[in-house]
Design a protein around this ligand. Sequence first.
Ligand SMILES: Cc1cc2nc3c(=O)[nH]c(=O)nc-3n(C[C@H](O)[C@H](O)[C@H](O)COP(=O)(O)O)c2cc1C
Length: 236
Amino acid sequence: MSKKIVTLLLSAFIMGSLFWSCTQPKNNQQKAADKGSVSFLELAQTRYTTKVYDATKKLSEDQINELAEILRLAPSSINSQPWQFVIIADQNLKSSLAEVSLGNASKVKGASHLVVFRGAKNLEKLEAQMKEYLSEGSLAFYTGRVKNDEEGVRQWIGRQVYISLGFFLAACADMGIDSTPMEGIDTAGYDKILNLGDDYQTLCVVAIGYRSPEDSNQPSITPKKRLSKEQVIKMM
Ligand SMILES: Cc1cc2nc3c(=O)[nH]c(=O)nc-3n(C[C@H](O)[C@H](O)[C@H](O)COP(=O)(O)O)c2cc1C
């Protein structure tokens, strides 16, 4: 075989392999490596509760749609999904909600969007909804382990909603979006203003957007305060 043919065959093989590897589905680690993305630890070190927003910077519709889908995919016990998420861009509505946001008013007004995390309040409706798609085993878990008393069910619902809150905060960090989780609000006031009926009730809110460069709470200005590893982690 001439040198020319060998070279041609070799080039075809290399091109073919390259094409094959490019068309193979990638796992998350490969995708992260391609993106040159930061590790989850680095996100945990750099994300923070934003206290001052740059009100001129808005999130795009694509970003909001992505966050909405992430919320929809949040995990919950027995896949109960006892929640409703209200995403607010409207400035007038944000101003009204700021009035019942106590010490958080300026964040509510300055952020690009607000996400209101609501937990199921109408237990009959929640149970009917769960019956539509949950397995007998999951429903038996709910009846036997959760539904012992109404207060217990409400607390269980709250725990599920707060899992979605943690999931959401991590997603924001991953997407380079600043956020402020807020419990310091008048939740009944939120429900009154939102006027979405009684099936769900507001538990907490997250403001999202982009920080003001002057926000002194950012870790580069105010380092994070946490308990030591020895205090909170036990290895056995
Ligand atoms: C459930 C929850 C409620 C919070 N409520 C408020 C709030 O009302 N206002 C506020 O400025 N920060 C609030 N925070 C932020 C915490 O104070 C903050 O997460 C904590 O001090 C750690 O700081 P870092 O998030 O900057 O790391 C809340 C956080 C969580 C998780």
